[in-house]
Design a protein around this ligand. Sequence first.
Ligand code: NAD
Ligand code: LMR
Length: 342
Amino acid sequence: ALRGSFASKAQKSSQRSQHHLNPQASYKVAILGAAGGIGQPLALLIKMSPLVSALHLYDIANVKGVAADLSHCNTPSKVLDFTGASELADSLKAVNVVVIPAGVPRKPGMTRDDLFNINANIVKTLVEAVADNCPDAFIHIISNPVNSTVPIAAEVLKQKGVYNPKKLFGVTTLDVVRANTFVAQKKNLKLIDVDVPVVGGHAGITILPLLSKTKPSISFSDEEVQELTARIQNAGTEVVEAKAGAGSATLSMAYGAARFVESSLRALDGDGDVYECTFVQSDLTELPFFASRVKIGKNGVEAIISSDLQGLSEYEKKALEALKPELKASIEKGIAFAQKQP
Ligand code: NAD
Ligand code: LMR
C-alpha cells in the first residue's frame, strides 16, 4: 500500500514491470529517536511497508509504549523496542537502514543552526554506534542542522574507518514534498504529476528549488518564482511559528522520511529506477556536500545527477552562488566539531 502512495507515475510503471522483485518482507530498519514527534508517525508509516521484516525503535525514554502500540498493527514487520545507551548497540544489529531523527527541534525565533550545540553531540554518539554495529547500513540523517550533522556523521565514520560516502544521506525529501505541493497548488496541477528537484542544503537560502526543472514542464512568472522559492525556503519556519513553541514539522517530515526509506528499500531490493533528492558527499560543485537528485541502487548512491544544474535560469544561477558561502560555513562547522573531539 505504501509503495503506491509514495511512488511517482514513472516509479509505478517501473514497479509493474518488476515482477521478479522479492515480494517478501526482508529488510530491517532502525529509528533512533523513535519516541519523538517525527519518530512516532515515521514508525507507523514504516510499519506499513511490505518490504520491512523488523522495525527497531530506539530512544532514551518512552519507547516501550510506542512499540507495544505499534506492534498490534497486522502488517508483516516485527516491532522491537530499545531504551537507553545500554540497548543502543542491540538496536543496530543486522540493520539495513538506520534513520536518525533524534535531537531537539526549533522554537519560534531560532535558526536550525541554533540547534547545533545539542544535536551535534547526539548525532556524533549515535553514528559512532552505527559505525560499530552496522557499518554497512544506509544512514539517513534527519536531525538538524542537516547541513552540519551530515558532515559530522561523515567525520565520525572516517574516524572509525568505515566511511562509505555512498551510504550516508541527509534527508531533504521534505523540501521536495513541499515544493511539489506548493507548485501544484499555485498552478492548479494534479499533485501526482508534479516533481520539483530541490538542491543545495536544508536551511533558509541553502534550500534551492529548481523551478525551471519542474516536471511537467511549466513556465512561471518572475513573481511566481520569487514567491514560491521564498515559501519553500521558509516552510519549516511557517510550521515552527504555527506550532508556537510546540516544535517543528513532524507529520509532513515523517511522510517525507518514509518516502525516502521506501525508496532506499526498493533500491536495496533491486529496483533500478530509484531517484531522490538528498544531501550527500558530492562533486557537483566545489562544496564537499551538496543536495541534488541522485540515483540510488543496492550499494547506495549510484550516480549524482548533474544535468539538473545545467541550463539554470538566471535567478537560479544567482541563488546557487548566493547559497554557497552559508552552506560551506555550515559544512566546515560540522567537520571542525567532529575533528576537535577527543
Ligand atoms: P522531538 O523532540 O519531538 O523528538 C526527538 C526525540 O529524540 C525525542 O524522543 C528524544 O527523546 C530523542 N532523543 C534525544 N536525544 C537522544 C539520544 N541521544 N538518542 C536517542 N534519542 C534521543 O523532536 P522532532 O520534532 O522529532 O525533531 C527531531 C529533529 O528532527 C530535530 O532536530 C528537528 O530539527 C529535525 N527535523 C529535521 C527535518 C528535515 O527536513 N531534515 C524536518 C523536521 C525536523
Ligand atoms: C523543517 O524544514 O521543517 C525542519 O528542518 C524543521 C525546522 O526546524 O524547520
